[in-house]
Ligand binder design. Structure first.
Ligand SMILES: [Zn+2]
Length: 146
């Protein structure tokens, strides 16, 4: 089973977890704070793609999901999907800020179903405190916050 990186949306903790391929897009419990952590792009892609093929038709899906995933990454389809999702998330956040004039980006949190909500001042403070505790821990582990 492959190992994936997970980034905690609440405390920013980055950790690895070995999960089955079918589970790779599910959130996992953060090993630091227990909140849902979001799967990151895997680093162990060993597929190589010949760029000289240029604009010729892209390979069709084989139906073998592990192989297709690597092909999608190599031809940029995965990145394109990622950017689309990121734009959708940014728009959800902008809409929240438009509808809640007193809220700031720091007040927005992601729900387990990947929608967003504006946190109360009390909840924002709690998250800020948790982040302050997590940062030295992450630094000690030698992992970057980016
Ligand atoms: Zn966490």
């Amino acid at each position: 089973m492959p190992t994936y990186d997970y980034l905690c949306n609440e405390c920013g903790f980055l950790f690895e977890k070995t999960v089955s391929f079918s589970q790779r897009e599910s959130t996992q419990k953060c090993k630091n704070c227990g909140e849902p952590a979001i799967p990151q792009m895997t680093r162990d892609v060993s597929f190589s793609f010949n760029p000289s093929i240029g604009n010729s038709p892209k390979p069709p899906n084989t139906g073998i999901s592990g192989y297709d995933h690597k092909v999608d990454r190599a031809i940029g389809k995965s990145a394109e999907f990622g950017w689309e999702m990121q734009e959708k998330r940014a728009e959800q956040k902008r809409a929240l800020l438009r509808n809640n004039p007193n809220a700031e980006y720091g007040n927005i949190s992601r729900n387990p179903d990947n929608t967003y909500r504006v946190m109360s001042g009390e909840e924002t403070n709690k998250v800020d405190q948790r982040n302050k505790k997590a940062i030295p821990f992450i630094k000690k582990k030698g992992r970057s916050l980016g």
